[in-house]
Design a binder for this molecule. Structure first.
Ligand SMILES: C[S@@+](CC[C@H](N)C(=O)[O-])C[C@H]1O[C@@H](n2cnc3c(N)ncnc32)[C@H](O)[C@@H]1O
Length: 231
């Protein structure tokens, strides 16, 4: 390879990065939704439908809160569930309860994971979750049915079990910030988590949206890190 070839290649690489540097935050989110989140994110080999910057925030919150129980609503294959179990393993405390309407795709396995199969809105599931969480320090991550009415119903059904200074994280409100014609905005075909969060926050003053959790700017969860500040 001559030195000219090397220079030529570097120029191509530089121009590619220059183009990437001009992407807006919205452009990044659109790219991530189209090309990354569903096929190209994994934790220890298991697909994980997350923005990894949000996972870093999860790590900070788990370390800070030291929950006895993380209730994960919506686990799919279990990449995010295993990630949470590994965080808890590292701090030597706590377990994850995965609630999913369908665990047939779930492949995560870890001593700190328990599985409850059923809808978050099933009265039997609500009763069981409240029973196992009684007296525990609880964090909830909601990544299940993202339609507004279900998210709001889940917020009302489970808010009481979230401990003071802990979090009820609502995933994927980002879809409500995009036009229905865009890839992200068309993901649900109707209102999603964000209007549910706003309605909930108006009626339940025990919670606030902790905007510090959005400081990396690129989040799927605008207004979605709900911190319980009052008992
Ligand atoms: C977006 S995926 C979860 C992705 C996973 N948390 C991850 O990061 O890889 C949504 C999951 O929610 C489940 N789900 C949908 N509606 C539900 C409901 N009403 N109750 C419980 N789980 C539900 C689906 O079966 C699916 O596995």
């Amino acid at each position: 390879m001559s030195s000219n070839d090397t220079v030529g290649k570097n120029e191509i690489v530089d121009s590619e990065y220059e183009n990437l540097n001009n992407i807006s935050l919205a452009g990044w989110l659109d790219f991530h939704q189209k090309n990354v989140v569903f096929d190209n994110v994994s934790w220890m080999g298991i697909p994980t439908w997350k923005n990894v910057l949000d996972l870093w925030i999860y790590q900070e919150l788990v370390f800070k809160v030291r929950p006895d129980i993380i209730v994960e609503m919506g686990s799919f294959k279990g990449g995010s569930t295993l990630y949470l179990a590994h965080l808890l393993e590292n701090i030597g405390h706590g377990r994850v309860i995965s609630v999913d309407i369908d665990h047939s795709n779930f492949v995560a396995s870890h001593g700190r994971i328990s599985i409850f199969t059923g809808s978050t809105q099933d009265s039997g599931i609500i009763t069981q979750i409240k029973k196992v969480c009684a007296g525990a320090r609880v964090m909830i991550i909601h990544d299940a049915d993202h339609n507004k009415d279900t998210v709001l119903a889940d917020l009302y059904a489970y808010a009481d079990i979230v401990s003071k200074d802990s979090y009820f994280i609502i995933e994927d409100g980002v879809v409500d910030l995009f036009s229905p014609q865009s890839v992200l905005g068309s993901a649900l075909g109707g209102p999603g988590p964000l209007p549910a969060i706003r309605e909930f926050l108006k009626s339940d003053r025990r919670f606030v949206a902790d905007r510090d959790c959005e400081r990396y700017l690129l989040t799927y969860n605008p207004n979605g890190f709900l911190k319980r500040i009052h008992t």
